[in-house]
Design a protein. Structure first.
Length: 410
């Protein structure tokens, strides 16, 4: 049972002010401007005043005791469609958190769906969205639709069932899986994650984003486990990998356009005990600025590094653990010194970002194009500056040192 904190009734909004509140809510999705216009101390105080005028209690979702077991029988699609959340049962009625007190259609739709009368309580959109995100996680609505499709298919049995084309049947079911995978990718990109981890464990699929260097587990509905194979297969298709191969590691690349921005995603698949694990490195070209000044170097280090990258020859080694910014530092240095009078060639595995005005080589060890081999060929192309992605062996190290001794900056 939820405990509602009912504030002392002290506001008296008139019909004109309520109409203004509704206008602000529908246009902006909140009451910030309304609160400023009427001189409320905070937006929350404005929400309380609106609820008071309409006879609705205000609920602090962060402090309330919510009966999450109600989600088992509550249509998830209604939560996303109307921005509502079931809170508790009170005398046989459903206490429902809402953020639009003027949307009577939402209250009627929920009442009809659950077969109970509804007691609406008012919450701020920010708190309601936070609760929905934390409790349901990414893809909840899409998964609910997938489950509904499966339930609909099992409820009706055709006595004279036609023969289905396998390809068409797969295509008919693919749309929702595609939408689910897209939601995972878009959410990670918008959260400015550098990596997405999809891990199959004994307890089910876990989704984690690496944000600011720290892995953060993302809330997901438990039903996602029923579609983990479809999710993995979809990602492998997008990365042009062999979906039938589940015994060997595979690497691929996905190119996306999200809200007009080009995003590259490096995909690595590896078989594990409870299924295939996928790690995706997000390379957002538009958000990545290769600017030495923006790397956070101390002033004396910055000045010294500026001198080093402008030397006519020599070798500069950039070292550090995974994710420490080696590639960003090197690309920023190349961006700093590139010009019409300078020829720059890189050899990389993989090419993480495409740089305008710089010649980049993707190594292919399987066909013999290693770092060492590509470095030998680069020297025949009269470069001024050479970037070597990794020095993995003695031959590459020897070639790099030799290049630095013969008039090249490596």
């Amino acid at each position: 049972m939820v405990t509602l904190k009912v504030p002392e009734r002290m506001w008296a909004l008139d019909a004109g002010q309520l109409a203004r509140a509704r206008e602000c809510l529908e246009r902006e999705g909140g009451l910030e401007q309304f609160a400023q216009e009427l001189g409320f101390a905070s937006e929350e105080e404005a929400w309380r005043a609106v609820g008071d005028a309409l006879g609705m209690d205000f609920i602090d979702l962060g402090a309330a005791r919510i009966d999450f077991s109600l989600l088992q029988d509550f249509p998830i699609r209604l939560i996303h469609r109307y921005n509502v959340f079931p809170v508790a049962l009170s005398g046989g009625a459903l206490v429902l958190a809402i953020c639009n007190p003027f949307d009577l259609q939402a209250i009627d739709a929920v009442s009809a769906a659950v077969g109970r009368s509804v007691i609406p309580v008012l919450a701020t959109p920010k708190e309601l969205q936070k609760l929905i995100k934390n409790r349901l996680g990414v893809g909840a609505e899409t998964i609910n639709d997938l489950l509904a499709q499966q339930q609909d298919a099992s409820e009706i049995e055709l006595l004279d069932e036609p023969e289905w084309d396998a390809a068409e049947a797969a295509e008919a079911q693919e749309a929702s899986v595609v939408r689910l995978v897209n939601e995972i990718l878009v959410e990670a990109i918008e959260a400015r994650a550098s990596d997405i981890h999809l891990e199959c464990q004994a307890s089910g699929m876990k989704i984690r984003y690496r944000i600011d260097g720290v892995l953060q587990t993302q809330p997901t509905p438990p039903q996602i486990n029923r579609f983990k194979n479809a999710i993995i297969s979809r990602l492998k298709i997008m990365a042009r990998l062999n979906i039938a191969e589940k015994r060997l590691p595979q690497d691929g690349r996905i190119k996306l356009k999200v809200n007009g921005r080009e995003v590259d995603i490096r995909v690595s698949v590896i078989p594990m005990l409870h299924g295939e694990g996928i790690v995706m490195r997000i390379l957002d070209k538009d958000r990545m600025e290769f600017n030495l000044r923006g790397l956070g170097m101390e002033q004396d280090v910055y000045e010294k590094f500026q001198q080093l990258i402008r030397l006519p020859h020599g070798i500069i080694l950039v070292t550090g653990p995974t994710g420490s910014g080696k590639t960003t530092t090197l690309y920023s240095a190349l961006n700093e010194i590139k010009s019409e009078a300078t020829k720059i060639i890189t050899t990389e595995d993989p090419i993480e970002y495409h740089l305008e005005g710089i010649n980049q080589i993707q190594v292919h060890p399987k066909v013999g194009l290693t770092f060492a081999a590509s470095l030998r060929s680069i020297l025949r192309h009269d470069p001024d500056v050479i970037l070597v992605g990794e020095i993995r062996d003695l031959e590459t190290a020897e070639n790099a040192v030799q290049a630095s001794l013969t008039g090249h900056l490596v």
